[in-house]
Design a protein around this ligand. Structure first.
Ligand code: CA
Ligand code: ZN
Length: 289
């Protein structure tokens, strides 16, 4: 099986990145990924200050034969295997809701038994992919910034079993991913997920002329349109517009699509800490059949 080593890393999603590997429509590929600290924080919580590390590196990109602008790339997340520990920072940035009085340090957690231990609690891990995307058309975009090419969406539902649809913007799509989290609540409110590295196995398929406006996720019986923007207002508008267009494409009439969304669609904040915020609209899959 094709495997892309984490030595093929970059901090920019860009059409100019040379492909790390090529695959065919329908192939299964393993991405070996680093954590968001470029795996430079040790299990003791010490940052190796010597190297010149990438912020939020991704592994790739993968060139998918036959993928062209206007298509969607279906990425089925077959498995996410992480290492047995993760790291989080405190005091390294500004937090959304508090003037944090604590010290600047990295906190590490062992979860080799599948549970995070904190405050006397045992919390089961739910590994997810923080950054997954294709290359944008035009200028490259740093992997810290999510947009309609996906990337740093930090969407807690990008887990094993999910199917993510990304709007292809350049030939070959140029899929890349990284920034795994063993656990992260919606919002990523204290700036970090439980950051870890690992191996992600995906199957990729090309959906011709999909005309997707935003990344779209199928997971847990729900369809989710995921959108990122500088403001919550704009991110919400983009997520809802994308959901509405999807319903029209599946044959819903304009008024009924809107009414259904008011009855059943939920808005969820994915993350509030990246250079653009990310929200998603969620609606049960049955309405798309
Ligand atoms: Ca992230
Ligand atoms: Zn992260």
């Amino acid at each position: 099986m094709l495997k892309i080593s984490c030595t093929h890393k970059t901090d920019t999603m860009s059409a100019a990145n040379p492909p790390a590997a090529f695959c065919k429509d329908g192939d299964t590929v393993i991405f070996e990924t680093l954590d968001c600290f470029d795996s430079a924080v040790s299990e003791d919580g010490v940052m190796d200050e010597e190297g010149c590390y990438l912020a939020n590196p991704v592994t790739g990109p993968l060139f998918v034969e036959g993928a062209e602008p206007g298509d969607a790339l279906e990425v089925e997340i077959l498995s996410i295997k992480t290492r047995g520990w993760g790291a989080m920072g405190t005091g390294f940035g500004e937090f959304a809701f508090v003037n944090y009085p604590g010290e600047n340090k990295y906190h590490t957690f062992d979860f080799s038994d599948g549970f995070v231990k904190i405050g006397g609690h045992r919390i089961p891990v739910v590994p997810m992919i923080g950054v997954i995307g294709v290359a944008p058309a035009g200028e490259g975009i740093p992997t810290t910034t999510p947009d309609n090419h996906g990337s740093n969406m930090d969407c807690s539902r990008i887990i094993e079993g999910a199917k993510l649809y990304l709007p292809v913007q350049v030939e070959g799509a140029l899929l890349a991913m990284g920034d795994l989290h063993a656990l992260m609540g919606d919002g990523e409110v204290f700036s970090y997920g439980l950051e870890t590295s690992g191996e992600v196995t995906v199957r990729v398929r090309v959906i011709k002329d999909a005309g997707l406006l935003q990344p779209t996720l199928y997971e847990g019986g729900k369809v989710m349109t995921v959108a990122s923007a500088l403001t919550y207002d704009e991110a919400v508008r983009l997520a809802l517009e994308s959901m509405y267009e999807l319903l029209l494409k599946r044959g819903w009439k304009a008024d009924e699509a809107g009414l259904l969304m008011s009855m059943k669609c939920n808005l969820v904040i994915c993350q509030i800490v990246d250079p653009q915020v990310t929200v998603r609209a969620e609606l049960e899959e049955e309405f798309f059949k």
